[in-house]
Write a protein that binds this ligand. Structure first.
Ligand SMILES: Nc1ncnc2c1ncn2[C@@H]1O[C@H](COP(=O)(O)OP(=O)(O)OP(=O)(O)O)[C@@H](O)[C@H]1O
Ligand SMILES: [Mg+2]
Length: 335
């Protein structure tokens, strides 16, 4: 059963190239539209574990492609220089270090969708391998307009998601989460888009984060083991990203997001009591011993508005949002 705030839309299937389909777990951003053949959303690649993101307007296309290509060449330069003890370009280390926090990039390609040609980037699917993917897109920063924006665009951006954006430096364009149903063993899917995000105040934002992490009703004493692992791992990954932002003086990110993904199937299996050693023997492989980063991924996405850092300053705008997000997750973990 699915609950959501978006009217059921029956899209006439877009004409897609063979081997591609619409990406079912896209929660925000540009999507296919029933009445606009030019609107294109993410595609799932027939190559396992990849998605194709359509690049937007020409200037956005250049910036996003440039971003992924610079990261790829910094990673190569960093490895080669490391192996040959050579000097690298300034900032290569910081760029190479950023690769761990963004989806892997597999180049770009042109595809014809609905009789029009579009450029796509091929990226690692951050939900790959997840049986019941829970996905949240959190847009970062109080300021979501870039230095090239027109006064009109700036005004439009400033009027969106006003409360959460100004108070927390965060906004919530969409999420999808599996939750336990009343009937034992069953789940419901809760899915919300940008209208829901725009309606939130700070308390609503915090409450929604609790729901997304399947921790809305639990405190630190009664919380299931899986939820605890989830919150700690999300916090760990967020703190690593913050550590990168504190070091770097290269880039400023506008209207960029963090995508938080986890597998509900693993969350609920972690929540089961551990199997009895008598019944299962010493060699039973229990999931608790596995690395949680296999089923919990926090990554930066959406680089259509990345600019060189103004005057070599840190990206305070992004860090303000990131620090609030860390505080919100921490408050759920320690309540
Ligand atoms: N690598 C990825 N793996 C899984 N899902 C992804 C990935 N990249 C994007 N998505 C999904 O697609 C949505 C939109 O992505 P993104 O924000 O990059 O596009 P957009 O907002 O349409 O882009 P733009 O602002 O450049 O026009 C995300 O909210 C997420 O659900
Ligand atoms: Mg986006």
């Amino acid at each position: 059963m699915a609950r959501n705030d978006q009217k059921a839309v029956h899209l006439p299937s877009p004409a897609l190239p063979v081997g591609f389909r619409q990406f079912a777990t896209q929660v925000a951003g540009h999507t296919f539209e029933a009445t606009n053949a030019a609107a294109v959303g993410l595609l799932q690649d027939s190559v396992a574990g990849c998605v194709l993101k359509p690049l937007g307007k020409p200037e956005c296309e250049v910036r996003e492609l440039n971003f992924y290509e610079s990261l790829a060449s910094a990673a190569v330069a960093s490895t080669a220089a490391g192996a040959m003890a050579e000097a690298k370009a300034p900032g290569d280390n910081d760029l190479a270090a950023l690769s761990r926090h963004v989806p892997r990039f597999y180049g770009h390609l042109k595809l014809v969708v609905n009789q029009r040609e579009h450029t796509f980037v091929r990226l690692e699917d951050l939900t790959s391998g997840m049986q019941q993917p829970c996905v949240m897109d959190v847009k970062m920063g109080r300021r979501t307009w870039d230095p090239m924006s027109s006064p009109h665009k700036r005004q439009v951006e400033e009027q969106k998601y006003v409360i959460c954006k100004q108070k927390l430096g965060l906004c919530l364009p969409g999420f999808l989460v599996y939750l336990p149903a009343e009937e034992p063993g069953k789940t419901v899917v809760l899915r919300h888009g940008k209208d829901y995000g725009k309606s939130l105040n700070v308390a609503g934002f915090r409450q929604t984060m609790g729901i997304f992490f399947n921790a809305s009703t639990s405190d630190s004493k009664t919380r299931a083991a899986g939820s605890e692992i989830l919150l700690r791992e999300v916090l760990r990954q967020l703190q690593e990203i913050l550590a990168w932002f504190k070091r770097q003086r290269l880039l400023h990110f506008y209207a960029s997001s963090l995508l938080i993904c986890y597998d509900y199937a693993r969350l609920s299996s972690e929540s089961q009591p551990p199997p009895s050693p008598l019944l299962n023997g010493h060699h039973q492989h229990h999931q608790c011993s596995e690395d949680p980063s296999e089923w919990i991924r926090v990554r930066m996405i959406d680089f259509a508005h990345v600019y060189p850092a103004e005057d070599g300053q840190p990206d305070e705008n992004y860090m303000f949002g990131l620090q609030s997000l860390i505080e919100v997750v921490r408050s759920i973990l320690y309540r």
